[in-house]
Design a protein around this ligand. Structure first.
Ligand SMILES: CC(C)(COP(=O)(O)OP(=O)(O)OC[C@H]1O[C@@H](n2cnc3c(N)ncnc32)[C@H](O)[C@@H]1OP(=O)(O)O)[C@@H](O)C(=O)NCCC(=O)NCCS
Length: 156
């Protein structure tokens, strides 16, 4: 049986849970994690939308996207470890793409670590293509920072 995913907008009451989910997902990578305050400030910015993916009424994933004029950027995407490899990220990313397109964006951009094969495979499979590189973009705990790849998906 496959999981039944529900996507809901992230509201003010969801910020603590969303921050916990971000931390659970990104701390193992050694990346900076987002506090409740970080998320609150982010979703207050113009054009920023947070989405939560729920399974059986519980948060399993989150995505934050910003649309400005005809361009959109995926600011974060994460799925809780216990819910991975069941299509949750693919479902969430599809919702982000639909949202960005509906909001009038012609292209969706994102950055991904060169050392993050799971996310790179996900983005490749959705049609994103590399368009640039950011040197030493990602903190990696005690280790050296990782380069980021900028990727772009044409929406229309
Ligand atoms: C990357 C991440 C979001 C994937 O979430 P997920 O729900 O497990 O992904 P899905 O089940 O929807 O998988 C979709 C595709 O992603 C790729 N993928 C996901 N996990 C993978 C893994 N561990 N190894 C290789 N490819 C992987 C595959 O192409 C997969 O398609 P397939 O199942 O047909 O092979 C999740 O591992 C995560 O939250 N990681 C930590 C945070 C992070 O790196 N976010 C992205 C920052 S840019």
């Amino acid at each position: 049986m496959t999981d039944r995913f529900i996507i809901v907008p992230m509201g003010a009451l969801d910020l603590d849970r969303a921050s916990a989910l971000h931390t659970e997902s990104f701390a193992p990578l050694g990346e900076r994690t987002w506090t409740r305050q970080d998320l609150a400030e982010l979703v207050a910015l113009p054009g920023v939308t947070g989405l939560l993916l729920q399974v059986d009424g519980r948060d399993a994933g989150l995505a934050v996207c910003q649309v400005a004029a005809d361009e959109a950027e995926l600011l974060t995407l994460a799925v809780r470890p216990a819910h991975r490899r069941r299509g949750a990220a693919r479902h969430l990313l599809t919702a982000v793409i639909d949202h960005a397109r509906t909001a009038g964006a012609r292209a969706l951009f994102l950055e991904v670590g060169v050392d993050n094969p799971a996310a790179r495979s996900l983005y490749d499979s959705k049609g994103f293509r590399p368009v640039g590189k950011r040197r030493a973009y990602y903190e990696r705990g005690q280790g050296p920072p990782a380069d980021g790849i900028v990727m772009r998906l044409t929406l229309i």
